[in-house]
Design a protein around this ligand. Structure first.
Ligand SMILES: *Cc1c(COP(=O)(O)O)cnc(C)c1O
Length: 374
């Protein structure tokens, strides 16, 4: 069928035609038009976290080429000092993306400690408090807002409060939550908060961005081991010239800007959260009625992505299930848990209840085709 499938994945995800059409031009990276687009993009991003957008507020936003992980890596490299300068990152771990954060920090030689939690529950601000009391050498805390590996929502405000009380830096991976869940710099303090173009802003993938507290940014000069990932340099160059340091992803940025305009027209973060919550409800009701069981308890489920236990029958096979759903126009996502067989269904992207109901119907048909229906 000559029609795009609906992506029920946590990025890339389904985008609007208007967002796709925004990419049908070429821009010069040094040109005044593109410089103005970069400035508008940064203003709109700062507004989402309620930071002052006139350049005088406490936070700056620095865009970076690459997928979301590139921006996480850049944030850790630029913000966490090496061990000889007393940097020590504590990662609150309840899933695959937390482990990725721990791994990238370790690989770049940062002293890293992992505080493990169960995968089916949020990380605990009380455990963090205890860990900080026990080990005063910890300088920074690494935290995933929505752990996309399972879909669990972690307690951002409580963790930020503990870090502030103990004078520790906080690095937030808000990749899959940004623009959908509330993040308000009038109530929260963090050193760095990372998100990307191809998630809840409903742009196309290809760039990330990092909100940095300016008081922290000032001390980041010369810290990054990497030239391309140095957020201090990227920020300085942007401030000086209005341009990205190296070739910007021009089309990705144009699409993101158009996606941001639609985000505002829709009603901003509260409207996006309402739509995704409705998608999530439709999905949970629909697949539960088909006999499937969600991995998480409803109280800890973020309305971003839902992990499902695979059907218990011996003839279940994810690849065949995936293909059966794909033939009906919907792309599912594999599970990421090691202990139990699961699959995931995203609630995000330019879709609403009607597409989600169609997805439920398609999954029901796929299960019947495979002889797995209840
Ligand atoms: C998507 C995502 C990332 C980044 O993944 P990329 O594949 O590099 O774009 C990082 N953290 C979380 C929580 C995510 O959901």
């Amino acid at each position: 069928m000559d029609r795009d499938a609906i992506l029920l994945t946590p990025g890339p995800l389904t985008t609007t035609l208007r967002t796709k059409l925004a990419m049908l031009r070429d821009w010069g990276s040094w040109d005044a038009d593109f410089i103005a687009m970069t400035a508008e993009l940064r203003r709109r991003l700062l507004a989402i976290v309620h930071a002052d957008v006139d350049g005088k507020g406490a936070y700056a936003v620095v865009p970076l080429q690459g997928s979301g992980t590139f921006a996480v890596e850049a944030a850790v490299a630029s913000v966490v000092p090496p061990p000889e300068q007393a940097g020590h990152l504590l990662v609150l771990d309840n899933g695959a993306y937390c482990k990725r954060l721990g791994r990238l920090a370790t690989l770049m030689g940062r002293r890293t400690t992992i505080l493990g939690h169960a995968e089916d529950a949020p990380v605990s601000a009380d455990d963090l408090e205890a860990a900080l009391r026990t080990d005063p050498s910890i300088s920074h805390v690494g935290f995933i807002h929505c752990e996309t590996g399972t879909g669990v929502l972690n307690p951002l405000q409580a963790v930020s409060d503990v870090c502030l009380r103990h004078g520790k830096g906080l690095i937030v991976d808000a990749m899959s939550s940004f623009a959908a869940l509330p993040i308000d710099t009038r109530e929260l303090t963090f050193d760095a908060l990372i998100a990307a173009s191809g998630k809840c802003l409903e742009g196309v993938p290809g760039m990330g961005f990092v909100f940095l507290r300016k008081a922290v940014l000032a001390g980041c000069e010369g810290r990054s081991h990497s030239l391309a990932m140095d957020l201090f340099d990227q920020h300085s160059y942007l401030e000086k010239t209005g341009q990205w340091r190296f070739t910007p992803p021009t089309h990705v940025m144009a699409a993101l800007l158009e996606a941001l305009r639609q985000f505002d027209e829709e009603g901003g973060q509260p409207a996006r959260l309402a739509r995704y919550t409705d998608n999530c409800r439709t999905l949970l009701d629909g697949l539960t009625a088909l006999g499937l069981t969600p991995f998480l308890r409803p109280e800890v489920q973020a309305p971003i992505i839902v992990t499902w236990h695979a059907p218990a029958q011996a003839n279940y096979d994810f690849k065949r299930f995936y293909e059966a759903a794909k033939r009906r126009g919907f792309l599912l996502y594999p599970g990421k848990l090691t202990q139990v067989e699961t699959f995931r269904v995203g609630c995000i992207g330019a879709i609403d209840r009607s597409e989600m109901q169609q997805a439920v119907n398609a999954i029901g048909e796929a299960l019947r085709e495979m002889g797995l229906a209840r």
